[in-house]
Design a protein around this ligand. Structure first.
Ligand SMILES: Cc1cc2nc3c(=O)[nH]c(=O)nc-3n(C[C@H](O)[C@H](O)[C@H](O)COP(=O)(O)OP(=O)(O)OC[C@H]3O[C@@H](n4cnc5c(N)ncnc54)[C@H](O)[C@@H]3O)c2cc1C
Length: 481
């Protein structure tokens, strides 16, 4: 439904009430202090709102939402603001305030017997990983923004990262949730239970909902045994199909111990070696395609390394792997992973880029990459495909660098046409237009193009049932469905 736009007096009255409730640390309205929270994470857009609320407890979140609903003012939840689809951006037409969760940061419990931990939404992902490690357990979610993204933001965007192959997205890592609903009611769905068949799995509705159904205030997360042995490998491939063969063989040989399988094209290695200090090519010659793999085992001396060596030897004999390096030390493993982490920065140094976070069935990745390369070259001669990422789960960052010498603005102006074509190819292969970053503001129109009428209607009905006044993160995810 469409809401009447709240006027300036309504915002001023709400600000006064929230100041009384949350105290001076709980409301930011001074423009210079507010500015960083209004900037989209790549600096592409700047939002605007009269103030931001920073509640410090679940009760304060509940009262903030109750007062906002009473005033008819919408709410945009914000975590670490590292999302890539402008989901935490507030624009004047949203008639909304920002509610940032960073003060809600207690680790409430870590239980190594239940293999579970309960953490508040504002905890930084790296702090959650560290708290698990302190209890000799693993919380496996790992991604480039882990030093600044928050667990609430990870849940709201169903974050993935490099370990999805073995442990799944965060959706697979959650036992229970605590959520404040748009009217200020608290749903306490926290639980350490592994089995509970008493109705709809409500927590899954809020995971990946991008803050459009309520504010996640805490979560009970699954913990795992901590690996005692880890092996990283940097492998040159004869062709893309060899990558799929290696993935399958390494999964078999390690009994499912493979936790990361990242694709790195030759062009990405070229850019990285050229632009990022301290980068070293682990191999002697240049190849078109590489895999970076990591496998772990719960036992030191488990034969993991030997098993992977045999996989490589066999592939080498058949001419499927021309060269490979197995990290001989932790420092060398770090150097391999440094290359992977530097890929984004290296691409920035080569000019403008157009990006996608598509997924296709793993078996279709080679076919997707060939079709997409041909299509984008036809649309923009000289374009430089720079596809990298999570081959193990079919999620490829299909990035494209501008042709050398082309004006960046002219290249970026081609983005809608190019993105549309790439999405068509991914979906025709049974894929998705977004495997990581979600829909937010930036992919609304594309999402509406591909979702079936039944799915669009169901999503709309869920939104209307939980947020009938349209107060949660307006204009995002479901607004145009
Ligand atoms: C260098 C880099 C690497 C990245 N790598 C990956 C990757 O490998 N995999 C991946 O999935 N993503 C990746 N991302 C994207 C991003 O980090 C993730 O989407 C992350 O989960 C967002 O968390 P955040 O706290 O920054 O959320 P924000 O950006 O603040 O918010 C994201 C969305 O969640 C909503 N939200 C935030 N907190 C809450 C809450 N408590 N309750 C309800 N809604 C909320 C917001 O309204 C918004 O819609 C990467 C980003 C960067 C910058």
């Amino acid at each position: 439904m469409t809401r009447p736009s709240p006027d300036a007096a309504a915002f001023t009255a709400l600000q006064a009430k929230l100041l009384a409730l949350l105290g001076p640390k709980g409301v930011i309205s001074e423009p210079a202090e507010l500015a960083p929270y209004l900037l989209e994470s790549r600096g592409l857009h700047r939002g605007s709102t009269p103030f931001m609320a920073l509640p410090a407890s679940v009760e304060e979140v509940a009262e903030t939402l109750r007062l906002a609903a009473e005033a008819g003012i919408a709410v945009v939840p914000q975590g670490g603001n590292t999302g890539r689809v402008s989901g935490a951006l507030v624009l004047p037409e949203h008639g909304a305030i920002l509610v940032n969760l960073k003060r809600l940061k207690q680790i409430r419990a870590v239980d190594p017997i239940d293999n579970a931990m309960t953490v508040e939404a504002g905890c930084i992902l790296a702090e959650v990983q560290a708290a698990a490690a302190q209890a000799d357990r693993l919380f496996p979610l790992s991604l480039g923004a882990e030093g600044s993204c928050q667990i609430g933001g990870n849940l709201a965007s169903n974050a993935g990262g490099i370990h999805v192959l073995r442990y799944g997205n965060i959706r697979d890592l959650v036992l229970g949730l605590e959520v404040v609903l748009p009217n200020g009611e608290i749903w306490d769905g926290l639980s350490t239970l592994r089995k509970d068949n008493t109705g709809y799995d409500l927590k899954q509705l809020f995971i990946g909902a991008e803050g459009t159904l309520g504010i996640i205030t805490a979560a009970t997360l699954k913990l795992f045994p901590r690996p005692r042995e880890s092996v990283s490998l940097f492998i040159a491939l004869a062709d893309l199909e060899a990558g799929l063969e290696l993935l399958s063989a390494a999964q078999d040989a390690t009994g499912g111990g493979l936790c990361a399988c990242e694709l790195i094209p030759g062009i990405a290695l070229d850019f990285t070696l050229r632009h990022i200090p301290g980068s070293i090519d682990p191999l002697e010659k240049r190849y078109d395609w590489h895999l970076l793999m990591e496998a772990t085992s719960g036992q030191a001396g488990s034969g993991l390394r030997e098993a992977l060596e045999s996989v490589l030897e066999e592939a080498f004999t058949r001419g499927r792997v021309p060269d490979a390096a197995i990290a001989a030390s932790e420092a060398q493993a770090k150097a391999f992973w440094h290359l992977r982490e530097a890929l984004v920065e290296a691409q920035i140094r080569e000019g403008a880029s157009i990006k996608h976070d598509i997924s296709v069935p793993v078996s279709k990745v080679p076919s997707f990459l060939r079709q997409a390369a041909e299509a984008v070259e036809a649309l923009q001669p000289g374009i430089r495909p720079y596809p990298f990422g999570h081959l193990g789960d079919g999620n490829i960052h299909y990035n494209l660098s501008q042709p050398p010498g082309m004006a960046p603005e002219a290249f970026l102006a081609r983005a809608p046409e190019i993105q549309s074509k790439v999405h068509d190819i991914a979906v025709a292969l049974g894929g998705s237009i977004s495997a990581e970053h979600g829909i937010g503001l930036v992919k609304l129109a594309e999402n509406a193009r591909f979702k079936s009428a039944v799915e669009q209607d169901l999503m709309r009905r869920v939104k209307d049932a939980i947020d009938p006044a349209g107060l949660m993160n307006p204009g995002k995810l479901v607004s145009k469905l």
